[in-house]
Design a protein around this ligand. Structure first.
Ligand code: FIX
Ligand code: ZN
Length: 416
């Protein structure tokens, strides 16, 4: 028997404390290290113009979409603040997130003074703010989304990026799968002999491109965000690129391929980034890849709530599949609770419970605060059930399990 076993009363407090103290690895964000200059978004105006909030702003505003999006950022932020915070109570998850950020930064949430919040940020440097936010959010490292098709980002890598161990890289290659002829033009311009129909030596050249970039940026995984119609059983350029280029390079370099499945891009293009939606995908696509490529590793998240159960079941069948995160429209407390409980019941501790998808530095604070609180409640319920059987749970057990969920599963799967 373990003399240090915790009883039910102690468990909640200890678990909350341990979870608050765990330094998480955030395996998918849209953040950048300070060396990427203005590509790293931070500050109150960026927080207020997050595309989640823009979508909610247009639920209430009659303003023309184009007119709004052409306003300077500060004016957009004024509009969002007035509409979503001053004229009604900010009860949505994205609205509440802004308040959590202000509170945790020590600002007076009750003052409702956007000017005072702006004043606070004016006094900071980005490097100071990175340190502060990582500390407040309890984040040890984040994985960036690095796009070799973006000329601005290519220029940064070409001039060289100073190593910051808090920022890991991932190679994001959506255009190769979604619009190969367009991607081929970029590759050609970069000196790879690729034709728009993937003819001749194109496949070998795409592989060379993927290899070069994976090694250049030291990517921990390759990734693509895919539509709900994604189906590698269909013939076509996309399937050829996946099977002849991406998966062979991932296999050769022993790097996982992350599939984020279930987006319906630009359902309302006038909303810009806020115009994407969700659709139910076919789990068969994931099953086939895991079965046909047993030596490849797949990190998978799906956007539709309806796909969550079958995705977890699929992970029971294939150990080369690691399920991660409650993505985007699923990152709401009620859904995180439901999905995390189902995953624990189905997969034990063998999944990655959450990623932030932060687009603005300060998002790390609210996304992780909110997720930690929900996941703590769910875990508490599970440990309580164990105690009820006579099983003992020690503080060391809790530390080990949390380490596995929030750091170890990712690190072991990517092997880096
Ligand atoms: O494709 C993705 O990585 C998505 O997460 C984003 O592009 C999306 O716009 C987002 O910010 C979701 O949180
Ligand atoms: Zn994302």
């Amino acid at each position: 028997m373990y003399p240090l076993s915790i009883n039910g009363e102690q468990l909640k407090a200890i678990l909350g404390e341990k979870l608050a103290g765990v330094q998480v690895v955030d395996m998918h964000t849209h953040l950048f290290s300070a060396d990427f200059d203005e590509m790293l978004l931070w500050g109150i105006d960026e927080v207020l113009t997050y595309h989640y909030l823009i979508a909610e702003y247009f639920r209430y505003s009659p303003l023309d979409y184009g007119e709004f999006l052409q306003l300077p950022k500060e004016k957009q932020a004024d509009e969002v603040w007035r509409t979503l915070f001053l004229e009604r109570s900010p009860v949505s998850e994205a609205q509440r997130g802004v308040l959590t950020i202000l509170k945790r930064l020590g600002l007076d949430v009750g003052s409702r003074s956007l000017e005072a919040y702006r004043e606070y940020f004016r006094g900071l440097t980005v490097r100071e703010q990175i340190d502060r936010v990582f500390k407040l959010a309890g984040v040890k490292e984040v994985v960036m989304t690095n796009d070799p098709f973006d000329p601005q980002e290519r220029a940064v890598w070409q001039r060289g990026v100073a190593e910051d161990p808090r920022f890991r890289s991932s190679l994001r290659i959506d255009p190769l799968l979604l619009d190969f002829p367009w991607a081929a033009e970029t590759l050609q311009a970069e000196g790879y002999a690729v034709t728009p129909d993937l003819g001749g030596a194109s496949a070998a050249e795409v592989r060379r491109f993927l290899r070069d970039w994976t090694l250049k940026i030291n990517a921990v995984y390759l990734a693509a965000s895919l539509p709900c119609s994604f189906d590698p059983a269909q013939d076509g350029l996309s399937t050829r690129v996946l099977k002849e280029c991406i998966l062979p390079v991932c296999g050769e370099l022993d790097v996982p391929f992350a599939l984020m499945i279930g987006v319906k891009r630009q359902v309302n293009p006038r909303l810009g980034l806020a115009g994407d939606s969700v659709g139910k995908a076919q789990i068969g696509a994931v099953e086939r890849l895991c079965a046909e490529y047993p030596d490849n590793k797949f990190l998978v998240t799906m956007l539709s709530r309806e796909n969550q159960h079958e995705l977890a079941i699929t992970a029971r069948k294939y150990r080369n599949l690691m399920v991660f995160g409650c993505w985007w429209f699923l990152n709401n407390p009620s859904l995180v609770q439901e999905i995390t409980a189902m995953r624990l019941e189905t997969l034990g501790l063998s999944f990655i419970p959450q990623h932030s998808d932060a687009r603005v530095l300060e998002h790390l604070i609210y996304k992780w605060d909110h997720s930690r609180a929900v996941i703590s409640e769910v875990l508490w319920g599970k440990y309580r059930d164990l105690l009820a059987t006579g099983w003992s749970v020690t503080e060391e057990d809790l530390e080990r399990d949390l380490q596995q969920l929030f750091q170890g599963n990712f690190h072991e799967f990517v092997g880096r």
